[in-house]
Design a protein around this ligand. Structure first.
Ligand SMILES: [Zn+2]
Length: 268
């Protein structure tokens, strides 16, 4: 799957032949299509990408995607700046950008005003307007939207796991040697014994640490909100309530009295 979604089709096919592992036929076809379109984008030919985005318009809109507009925007900018052909740009805008004027009123207005400065755009107030998106940005955006519609994350899961693992290994191996020296053992399978600071691109889920028990909440010990709005882990609320649903206790963070049955599960 990793090889396929990285566009290494020959290697993937040899791998599948030699190992007997297979990737569903329709996914192979879809990823081939994606790489074909990406190559066209790299060669500054946006037509196949625009055709795909038009076909998938309703799915893309449902995701709040800007892909279709961004493709038309770049095509217009290409005519206006790279090809320096304002007539071609105006005609293109009339045919394709006008459909987006309600949803992207500010952007389309700026793009149209940029026409006034052809030749001197770098010194105009619209210099930054025509710098976005670049072909490279659009390439990434296209791959990400294409994968999302197939139900895949924009980045390869293998790449993400290896990257996060490489960042975590030094801390974990240090932790392990400390634990060995103390004769302690790492027993929890669902959580790490230390916090690993990962960059934002590798963060996918919010986590919550109970301020009473200092433990990270889990599926079996989820975060619960008391009527006052303070949130604790389920186990902490239960032990404060002496394991009874009606036993009244004071919230550890404010003077409000409550009981276990009034606590509500919180989803982040
Ligand atoms: Zn409270």
């Amino acid at each position: 799957m990793y090889l396929t979604r990285s566009g290494e089709f020959d290697v993937a096919s040899t791998f599948m032949k030699e190992t007997g592992v297979s990737v569903p036929e329709h996914l192979l076809g879809e990823f081939c299509k994606m790489y074909d379109i990406l190559q066209h984008i790299q060669a500054r030919d946006l037509a196949p990408a625009i055709e795909w985005a038009t076909l998938k318009r309703s799915d893309l809109l449902a995701r709040g995607s800007n892909l279709e507009f961004s493709l038309h925007r770049l095509q217009y900018i290409d005519y206006l700046i790279e090809q320096n052909d304002s007539v071609k740009a105006i005609n293109y805008a009339r045919r394709h950008l006008s459909a987006f004027k309600d949803r992207y009123f500010k952007e389309t207005s700026q793009l149209m005003s940029a026409l006034l400065y052809v030749g001197t755009i770098d010194k105009s107030p619209y210099a930054s307007v025509v710098k976005f998106p670049t072909y490279e940005q659009l390439n990434m955006m296209f791959a990400s939207e294409f994968c999302s519609l197939l139900g895949f994350p924009p980045q390869s899961p293998l790449y993400l796991a290896v990257t996060a693992g490489s960042i975590a290994i030094p801390t974990l191996s240090k932790m392990e040697s400390v634990m060995k020296r103390r004769g302690a053992e790492w027993t929890t399978t669902q959580e790490l014994p230390v916090t690993i600071d990962l960059p934002e691109i590798l963060q996918f889920h919010s986590i919550f640490v109970c301020p009473v028990s200092k433990e990270q909440t889990t599926e079996t010990n989820p975060p619960m909100m008391l009527p006052c709005g303070h949130i604790l882990a389920n186990d902490s609320v239960r032990s404060l309530g002496k394991e009874s649903p009606t036993h009244m206790f004071k919230c550890p963070y404010c003077p409000v009295d409550t009981n276990y049955s009034q606590a509500k599960r919180v989803y982040f």
